[in-house]
Design a binder for this molecule. Structure first.
Ligand code: MN
Length: 392
């Protein structure tokens, strides 16, 4: 909890990871308790500030594992998710968490068609739940579900009343992922101006803009960033922890002192635990993010990595790969053979390049090291025959 408290006092930007709650809520994803415990530890070692660990009112395993995570006394704060009712919050208190998310819809479409009630009912229930949690000494994030489709005047009223009741921050939920960065910036600026409340961005990736929207919110003054590992989450997912953290560091010059070299490990672990493989071009941690095939790129990277890489592969636990394929140049081929202790002449490299291109087009993929060696052996063999047949 110490990391969270220190950042709170120093008003630093914070990462709130909800892999274990929103991430697990993804259709078809279930973590075992052992996996949840390991993920919580990994997140803490990495340096996130708050871990939303689950939904205590579900009882059983879910409640038990939250208790166990609390017992680890991590550097991160442990938050539990609740609907805006006292029963849910009692279960959270049972678990010993230091923070709660209290969630209720604020948009008219949700209030009318899902809750089938009124704005007044929403305010009353939110206030009662927040006051109760406050008495229990909990840190409170009030979640305005579907905030991005909520009438601004009502959202401002909701935030102000939440604060009066004792809420510490407002989670601005782009529940169905309809924001874009410019609109996000405008809304969050206005919300902070009118309420002076700490804001947490909770964005979804339905149009591929979850990370961008989270960062736009930060630029507008939001201080908390809700994220999940690999962007796991409902439908198209949430803002990805690894993307937001690395973008902060390299594009915004905000260094949260995270152990970023552990990203690949964590992301691979969560990919396996969630049964969702990391796709090759996944930003930050995908296998292709530091693979270079085209002759021009490979040549540039070999001379000076910064020509085509924004940070070092080892910064996120990856390795640079020069892949031999259709777009390779002779320099990359020569470099590859140096790895095997073979010094190709320019002529040999040019000859091999022709074979490499033919084979990769045939196979429709890049080549494994072994295949490259077969091509080389065949080449030597043919050369020898050609050489011997020249002699009478
Ligand atoms: Mn969500």
């Amino acid at each position: 909890m110490k990391r969270f408290q220190d950042a709170l006092i120093n008003k630093l930007p914070m990462l709130v990871d909800t892999t274990l709650r929103d991430g697990e809520q993804t259709a078809g994803v279930v973590f075992s308790n052992r996996e949840k415990l390991r993920i919580a530890k990994m997140l803490d070692n990495l340096g996130v500030h708050q871990i939303e660990a689950g939904i205590p009112v579900m009882g059983g395993d879910e409640k038990e594992v939250i208790r166990e995570i609390v017992s680890y006394k991590l550097q991160a704060s442990i938050m539990a998710w609740n609907r805006a009712n006292l029963e849910d919050i009692k279960h959270s208190v049972d678990c010993g968490v230091d923070a709660v998310a209290i969630s209720i819809s604020t948009s008219d479409i949700h209030i009318t068609h899902k809750l089938r009630t009124s704005r007044e009912w929403v305010l009353e229930n939110m206030i009662a739940a927040v006051e109760y949690a406050k008495k229990e000494g909990l840190y409170i994030s009030v979640n305005a579900e579907d905030a991005s489709r909520t009438d601004m005047d009502f959202l401002v009223r909701f935030a102000r009343e939440a604060r009066t009741a004792g809420a510490d921050r407002l989670r601005f939920c782009d529940t169905i992922g309809v924001l874009e960065p410019f609109k996000t910036h405008r809304i969050i600026t206005e919300l902070i101006e009118k309420t002076d409340m700490d804001i947490e961005m909770h964005t979804h990736n339905d149009f591929g803009m979850a990370t961008a929207n989270t960062l736009a919110g930060l630029k507008a003054g939001a201080r908390f960033m809700g994220v999940t590992v690999n962007g796991l989450g409902e439908r198209a997912g949430n803002a990805a922890l690894e993307e937001v953290a690395m973008a902060l560091k390299h594009l915004y010059d905000v260094n949260l002192g995270m152990q970023t070299k552990d990203f690949r490990n964590l992301c691979e672990y969560v990919a396996r635990a969630s049964g969702r493989q990391l796709y090759p071009s996944k930003p930050i941690v995908g296998a292709n993010t530091f693979a270079h095939e085209s002759g021009i790129h490979a040549d540039g990277v070999l001379k000076h990595p910064e020509t085509y890489e924004i940070f070092k592969p080892e910064d996120v636990g990856l390795e640079r790969q020069i892949v031999i394929g259709k777009h390779s140049g002779s320099k990359a081929i020569k470099m590859k053979f140096v790895e095997y202790g073979i010094d190709l002449s320019d002529e040999e490299a040019a000859d091999l390049l022709k074979s490499v291109r033919a084979v990769t087009v045939d196979l429709k993929r890049t080549l494994f090291d072994k295949e490259l060696m077969y091509i080389y052996e065949d080449y030597l063999y043919e050369k020898k025959i050609a050489f011997s047949s020249e002699k009478p």
